[in-house]
Design a binder for this molecule. Structure first.
Ligand code: NAP
Length: 323
């Protein structure tokens, strides 16, 4: 029989949304727990430079920013649990969170599980993963000193990470399926001025090839209807993100892409289950919008608990914290 432990708010995910929710919940006098199965801090920890989080005008890395957020959450007594959540359920209004070790009961749940990189799904991508195919320039860029690499995509991630790679590599091809970028203008301007970057427009990668390591990519130019090969030592894929929704997909309403639908209090269709950060269906995914979601979700969770306790709802009593 697994031990049962009780909290006011369980938060799954320790990125900016989860940490912000924890800070607001703990400061509101509640007892939160944050679950994290992987790297503490979430996706932003693979970003080399965060330069648009207000107050932090001296550029800092994603790891440094999340380290500050963790210290902030620690200061107010947030408990962080490095166990993988295997399932979430409901017992009346009480939320049940099961990890491989224990069972946790919480009055409310905030899903802040984020997202993960979308793959290209072309031949050779899986075969050469870790052997020239990467989804993280911050992690792997250093290995490509004086080499030639390709970055795929035209969004903020692709262009920012291509810029970062120019610190090490001889040349970066940015391969984009259209002839204009999606990235914010200031980042585009910097990339256009960088002599190490060459844009390959209207083009898609069709195959990644090599012997033991990536040696070339086959590209198709849609406008000219031509195939050609480019010799590269590595390829960095930034073609968007997919939601980490496995824990909630069977019970929470999602949009067509699988992101969680929430109301303006960040509540999902399930009473007392909130969502925050990149997992949420929304237009702008930034550290600041994730932090904002987390704050709103924690505030709303606190109000939800107050209302339901005032109503003396019996099934929430199974979630009562030990005195
Ligand atoms: P994104 O904004 O969705 O951009 C994905 C890019 O990949 C687009 O240019 C898209 O082309 C292209 N693409 C999609 N599927 C493709 C495919 N199958 N083959 C080839 N190309 C494909 O994704 P992201 O850049 O990863 O950013 C995710 C979110 O994080 C965004 O909201 C972004 O603003 C945010 N972000 C912000 C910052 C920052 O503020 N500093 C940094 C990184 C990310 P199309 O343009 O033709 O659709």
């Amino acid at each position: 029989m697994k031990e049962v432990i009780k909290y006011d708010i369980a938060i799954i995910g320790s990125g900016p949304a989860g940490m912000s929710a924890a800070i607001y919940a703990a400061r509101g006098g509640l007892k939160p727990i944050v679950f994290e199965k992987g790297v503490l801090g979430g996706q932003i920890t693979v970003t080399q430079e965060v330069e648009n989080y207000p107050g932090f005008h001296k550029t800092l890395s994603g790891i440094e920013l999340m380290d500050e957020m963790k210290k902030h959450a620690d200061k107010f007594g947030t408990e962080i649990c490095e166990e993988e959540v295997k399932g979430v359920g409901m017992q009346g209004l009480c939320k049940i969170i099961e990890t491989d070790k224990k069972i946790y009961h919480a009055k409310t749940l905030i899903i802040a599980t984020g997202a993960h990189p979308r793959k290209l799904n072309v031949p050779g991508e899986d075969k050469f993963y870790g052997k020239g195919v990467s989804y993280c320039a911050t992690c792997d860029g250093f290995f490509y000193r004086d080499k030639v690499v390709a970055v795929v995509g035209g969004g903020d991630s692709a262009i920012e990470e291509a810029m970062f790679l120019t610190r090490f590599v001889k040349k970066v091809y940015i391969i984009h399926r259209r002839n204009e970028l999606r990235a914010v203008q200031i980042i585009q301007d910097r990339a256009f001025e960088n002599p190490k970057i060459e844009f390959v427009w209207n083009s898609e990668i069709q195959e990644v090839s090599g012997k033991d390591f990536v040696e070339s990519i086959t590209v198709y130019n849609k406008k000219e209807e031509k195939h050609f090969d480019l010799a590269v030592d590595g390829i960095f894929v930034y073609v968007g993100i997919l939601p980490n929704n496995e824990l909630i997909e069977s019970r929470v309403e999602l949009d067509k892409q699988g992101f969680a639908l929430v109301d303006d209090s960040m509540q999902t269709n399930i009473p007392g289950i909130f969502a925050a950060g990149d997992i949420v269906s929304k237009k702008l995914r930034q550290v600041i919008t994730a932090a904002s979601d987390g704050a709103i979700a924690a505030w709303s969770a606190e109000k939800w608990i107050t209302i339901h306790q005032e109503n003396d709802e019996t099934d929430l009593k199974t979630c009562e914290l030990p005195k």
